[in-house]
Design a protein around this ligand. Structure first.
Ligand code: IPM
Ligand code: MN
Length: 357
């Protein structure tokens, strides 16, 4: 019997609603597979906690979380708290503190998922977004604030170690997939950071002669995501470029309700964290109107990471099965079903699928 300890941080807004559905599906896995057990512990951290205690998480949060096999996170953010506070005091604290340097974001068009493209084109790529450095650092500052002489700097930081490891991860992944890696750059404009990025890419690719490579400017990539998404397999990008392009990717695979994300520490020295990309959407809180697929798909990524890939695949098949049937549809995909009804349908479909194996 394998027992996995999962820390739940449902967070703010719609976070708790979607995490509840992911937990529902995980409990179904444990019910169907007598060899798997999950021990869930929920933590009430987030903006409400902040408004009460002046911090998003307790000071020993990372110590507490380090005892878990994985973290399943909903979303943070409320209108009353400036946006950068939840990001810095919770999200980045965990991403950086646990060296989750890979942000794993599949962009895959499932059967039955809506797609804004007119062409019926297959889309199946994975973005490997650098997750702890690059454009996302706290370095920089603001001087002569509010005066004519005001100066603001925001420093980008690219380390050789950090750049190389994210690229190697992308190449290793490509070996298991369709053997293609595209690197996102902007070295025509960013003559220090992105020429360095290209240089490291050209160095790393020499260790992978069997992999087809391509270097694409980020602006061009925004276009190719729409005009030729079928040509891409694994894509490696810096923190900010990966952030932006994966929202575009989310739109292609059905919307933010379909976009999962894994913040991964590949060495497994620390727990990795899995979350839907969509954020807290405060206006929808408690209304049961949002699509839990992104969160359930994130639970699938968590199972993959824990070594339960067969169950991960079955969850994705269950999601696809429900979409193809089209009977249960949340409002984002033109229906009136609740978040819970979608979670129930996917859990039921999972049971149906696994009885066939
Ligand atoms: C994401 C989000 C975060 C990011 C925000 C909430 C800070 O957009 O995970 O994609 O930019 O990393
Ligand atoms: Mn984002």
């Amino acid at each position: 019997m394998k027992s996995y300890r999962i820390a739940l941080i449902p967070g703010d807004g719609i976070g708790p609603e979607v995490i509840a559905e992911g937990v529902k599906v995980l409990r179904k896995v444990a019910e169907l597979d007598k060899d798997i057990n999950f021990e869930f512990s929920a933590f009430p951290w987030g903006s409400e906690y902040y408004l009460e205690k002046g911090k998003m998480m307790p000071d020993d949060a990372l110590d507490i979380l380090s005892k878990f096999d994985a973290i399943y996170f909903g979303a943070v953010g409320v209108p009353e708290v400036p946006d950068w506070i939840p990001a810095h005091q919770l999200l980045y604290k965990i991403r950086r503190g646990f060296n989750q340097y890979i942000n794993f974001r599949p962009i895959k068009r499932l059967k039955g998922a809506p797609c804004p493209l007119k062409r019926d084109v297959p889309i199946d790529m994975v973005y490997i977004r650098e997750n702890v450095e690059g454009e996302y650092t706290d370095m920089g500052g603001r001087h002569y604030t509010g005066t004519e002489a005001e100066v603001v700097t925001q420093v980008n930081m690219f380390t050789r170690h950090g750049t190389e490891r994210v690229m190697r991860y992308a190449f290793e992944l490509a070996k298991e997939r369709r053997s293609k890696v595209a690197s996102i750059t902007k070295s025509n404009a960013l003559m220090h950071s992105m020429t360095f990025w290209d240089e490291v890419f050209n160095y790393v690719k020499q260790s992978y002669p069997g992999i087809e490579t391509r270097q694409v400017l980020v602006d061009a990539m925004a276009m190719y995501m729409v005009t030729e998404p079928e040509k891409f397999d694994v894509i490696v990008a810096s923190n900010l470029f990966g952030d932006i392009l994966t929202d575009l990717g989310a739109a292609l695979q059905g919307g933010l309700g379909f976009a999962p994300s894994g913040n991964i520490n590949p060495e497994k020295k620390y727990p990795s964290m899995f979350e839907p990309v969509h954020g807290s959407s405060p206006k929808d809180k408690g209304k049961q109107v949002v699509n839990p697929i992104a969160a359930i798909w994130a639970a699938k990524l968590m199972l993959d990471h824990l070594g339960e890939k067969v169950w991960g695949e079955k969850i994705l098949k269950a999601i696809e099965g429900v979409l193809v049937e089209g009977k249960v549809r949340t409002p984002d995909i033109g229906g009136q079903s609740t978040t819970q009804a979608m979670g129930d349908a996917i859990a039921d479909k999972l049971a149906e699928i696994s009885s066939k194996y």
